[in-house]
Design a protein around this ligand. Structure first.
Ligand code: KG4
Ligand code: ZN
Length: 339
């Protein structure tokens, strides 16, 4: 299939553009991260994020086309993330995609950011153009932590989600408490290496049988209570706090993913979103899945954190299924994956 799609992603603080072929093959994937802009504030400042999207949008779209060796007139449709995310950020990418669709007289596709994450583990040469199998999906990002039963593209059942903080949010908040640079997730991952996972006893919430919901705010508070009693200037203590906290998050994510897979009689777990980059999570999931005879599909690290290739990949499935969106489609900060 030789249709090419240009996909744009601006749901939070990454400006991204990608060219993806209609069979799902990624031809280019460009990302400009704004981490340095937001680091001084310890978190994403929405107004700065949208202003920076405007600065980068045109250049990054052209770079994605150049890297793919495709001209604008060869693009069959323009896709953009329409939610969930920050409204002022979503508006930049979606308005750009709509403007291009209008001027090139080509269709526009509004894509759900979570569907981008959910399908991202299936991006890769061997999967081009293939159907997505029946499986359990764990999405773990800065904004979301959820388990879903995916029967096929567009047929999703929510099995459980977080009642409070997302896993990535908990990593980032605890990182901030420990004085680590923003974002805390990758910093805790690095610092925890070689640390003692049993040094601190942190809670694993909602572990009763059958429960597939998550809660990370109690864990975050438990770390906060320990702070006055420990000396963070000690490298060993800092390592141990990071390792113990990370282990608590990972234990819950792994246990519930396995539970959900058994409940759905599924044979495969897919894991996506920024937190799926976490080395300890990857390690424990790999170990546990091989023991349980479950196939594990992890998103590649460059497709785990926000990117436009995953939006283009989701768009390619939708395009092949005949989806076309109205130019009037609004962005939606709380866009749902299931109706
Ligand atoms: O998917 P993503 O780029 O954005 C959202 O859609 O939220 O995820 C970003 C989140 C941040 O909270 C970041 O700290 C976390 O993913 N993250 C990690 C790691 N790399 C990124 N968390 C733990 N370990 C990592 N290695
Ligand atoms: Zn995301």
């Amino acid at each position: 299939m030789s249709d090419y799609l240009l996909a744009l992603e601006t749901s939070c603080d990454e400006t991204a553009a990608a060219v993806v072929r209609a069979d799902g093959r990624v031809l280019s994937s460009e990302v400009v991260t704004q981490i340095d802009v937001h680091r001084v504030y310890g978190g994403v400042v929405p107004e700065l994020a949208s202003r920076n999207h405007i600065l980068h949008m045109r250049g990054i779209s052209q770079r994605a086309l150049d890297a793919a060796g495709i001209s604008l007139s060869e693009i069959a449709a323009f896709a953009a993330t329409s939610g969930p995310g920050l409204v002022s950020s979503l508006l930049i990418g979606s308005t750009m995609a709509k403007a291009l669709a209008l001027s090139e007289e080509k269709p526009y596709l509004a894509i759900n950011h979570l569907e981008g994450h959910l399908l991202s583990p299936f991006m890769g040469d061997e999967d081009w153009g293939k159907q997505i199998p029946d499986h359990v999906a764990l999405i773990v990002s800065g904004g979301h932590t959820m388990l879903l039963h995916c029967r096929r593209v567009g047929d999703y059942e929510l099995l459980g989600k977080t009642r409070d903080d997302a896993a990535g949010e908990a990593f980032d908040k605890v990182g901030k408490m420990l004085g680590l640079p923003y974002p805390g997730g990758p910093e805790i991952d690095k610092t925890a290496r070689g640390g003692d996972v049993t040094a601190f006893e942190f809670p694993r919430s909602m572990m009763e049988a059958g429960n597939l919901e998550f809660s990370f705010s109690g864990l975050k508070t438990a770390v906060l209570y320990h702070l006055p009693k420990i000396d963070l200037s000690s490298e060993t203590i800092l390592k141990n706090v990071c390792a113990s906290f990370q282990e608590a998050v990972v234990d819950v994510l792994v246990e519930k993913s396995i539970r959900a897979t058994k409940l759905c009689s599924a044979k495969l777990i897919s894991v996506s979103g920024g937190v799926s980059c976490n080395l300890r999570l990857r390690e424990k999931l790999t170990e546990r899945c091989s023991k349980e005879g479950i196939t594990l599909k992890l998103a590649k690290p460059n497709y785990s954190t926000d990117n436009a290739a995953m939006i283009g990949f989701a768009a390619s499935h939708r395009w092949r299924a005949g989806m076309r969106s109205e130019l009037e489609t609004d962005v939606s900060p709380n866009l749902r994956l299931m109706n």
